[in-house]
Design a protein around this ligand. Structure first.
Ligand SMILES: [Fe+2]
Length: 249
């Protein structure tokens, strides 16, 4: 399948025109309109995914986070961009268009949290639970996704949660909206010190699902969507070593 055709399919999944103004979803690197046989679908272009792509003769990498945001003024031979060019690997990213789209990152994360009847548009989703849960129960749902990484939160563990708001990635700015929608708890990533304080002042529970863990399932979700549309002519791969860009002890 040609690169342009795959771009068209990705656009039909999450239209690139719906991305935010500051975003750079779409082509990161387009190397000829050659026949694509293998695609790697992953959250980020990092050293591991690049090595996997080189070893496995990948023709195209599809990521959530764009490699390029700012203008490139020079290209170093150690850069990912150079290595992609050298190994003839194209790169397309679906960032804010895939956060917002129905069944995209946000809806998939809601499913992982066991939340039903998701409402909301743009970057935020709400779920009114049929039966209230304790904050502690909800925290353990987040913990089941985050594995051994600690889960930061604020709120009373025994408090009852009836309505939840969430935003994958970095959504601290939406806490006010969640509060105004009557949410008892808001879940997002990249939470700053003052946002914790603000949550306490509002009296809304806040959980840091982390940027990475709330979005790491991009590859599973996109893999399934692409597989349905692409058929057998192109083989799809997921990252063999998906990990956050930091460590913890
Ligand atoms: Fe993100």
């Amino acid at each position: 399948m040609k690169l342009d055709k795959i771009y068209e399919i990705l656009d039909s999944i999450a239209p690139f025109s719906t991305q935010e103004d500051w975003d750079n979803s779409g082509w990161q690197l387009k190397l000829d309109d050659k026949e694509v046989k293998k695609i790697l679908v992953t959250l980020d272009l990092d050293r591991d995914s690049l090595n996997q792509a080189i070893e496995k003769d990948i023709d195209l990498i599809v990521t959530h986070h764009p490699l390029l945001f700012e203008s490139v003024k020079s290209i170093d031979s150690n850069s990912f961009l150079y290595e992609l060019i050298k190994n003839d690997i194209s790169l397309i990213s679906l960032h804010t268009n895939f956060d917002k789209v129905f069944s995209g990152n946000n809806d998939y994360y809601g499913g992982l949290l066991g939340l039903e009847g998701l409402k909301g548009e743009g970057f935020i989703r709400f779920s009114k639970l049929r039966e209230e849960v304790s904050l502690k129960d909800l925290l353990y749902r987040v913990k089941a996704i985050n594995g051994e990484e600690p889960v930061f939160y604020t709120g009373n563990l025994d408090s009852k949660i009836k309505k939840i708001g969430f935003c994958v990635g970095s959504g601290s700015d939406f806490i006010q909206e969640a509060y105004e929608e009557g949410c008892d708890c808001f879940i997002t990533g990249d939470i700053k010190y003052h946002t914790w304080q603000y949550a306490n002042s509002l009296g809304i529970a806040l959980i840091d699902g982390t940027h990475f863990h709330s979005e790491k399932n991009f590859s599973d979700n996109m893999y399934e969507m692409l597989a349905k549309k692409i058929g057998d002519s192109v083989s799809l791969e997921k990252p063999v070593n998906l990990k956050p860009p930091y460590q913890f002890i």
